[in-house]
Design a protein around this ligand. Structure first.
Ligand code: ADP
Ligand code: MG
Length: 190
């Protein structure tokens, strides 16, 4: 079985919204449909160890860690019909063209990644990928303050909301991310 039309699907939303779970669900169904699947993840994402994408609920799917999206066409194997990419927000703008070219060649490309960073600002290449996709799903998590639908990722440093200008790496601090709704998302600016 082989797809005849390429397409791009983007699965996005804040942390804990189930992006990786949904990516894995689609990949498992593609496997049932006897598609040949390859999955890629940025090698900087080392949270759960390399070689697989893993959801917060514990499900996993084997994946190849890469430093740049330009590695995808080089690593593409004969007969692959479905390409999955997790944590796509960490890739450079090159990923936009790479994804378009794969879809133009007839592949089904499923991209998962954060739509916004901890400041609630558009994250890297995801907005452009969303604009060019055939299908976009914005998932929601649960707000850890009120239980409503959470569309944002709250960054906490030593239990307090991270400042807008806080460095991406705070040495020695206890850093945490949690899902929040618009009302309870807080980014102090001064
Ligand atoms: P993402 O890839 O978007 O970060 P995952 O697919 O890894 O999300 O994880 C989703 C799972 O995270 C949920 O099914 C649930 O078990 C767990 N979870 C933990 N905290 C939350 C939260 N605040 N809202 C929703 N799910 C949460
Ligand atoms: Mg994820």
């Amino acid at each position: 079985m082989r797809h005849h039309n390429g397409s791009v699907e983007v699965v996005t939303g804040p942390m804990f919204s189930g992006k990786t779970e949904e990516l894995i669900r689609r990949l498992r169904r593609a496997r049932i449909a006897r598609q040949k699947i390859q999955v890629f993840q940025p090698s900087i994402d080392t949270r759960f160890g390399q070689g697989k994408v893993t959801s917060h609920a514990g499900t996993a799917f084997e994946a190849t860690p890469i430093d740049s999206a330009t590695a995808i066409p080089e690593l593409l194997e004969e007969g692959t019909t479905v390409v999955g990419i997790d944590e796509a927000q960490f890739f450079d703008a090159e990923i936009i063209e790479v994804v378009q070219q794969l879809a133009d060649r007839g592949l089904r490309v499923i991209v998962a990644g954060l739509d916004t960073d901890f400041r609630a600002e558009p994250f890297g290449p995801i907005p452009a990928l969303m604009a060019q996709a055939e299908r976009v799903d914005k998932l929601h998590a649960i707000c850890m303050v009120c239980g409503d639908a959470a569309s944002r990722t709250q960054r906490l440093i030593d239990g307090r909301p991270a400042h807008y200008d806080d460095p991406i790496v705070v040495v020695g601090a206890n850093e945490l991310y949690e899902a929040r709704c618009r009302r309870h998302h807080n980014v102090p600016r001064d």
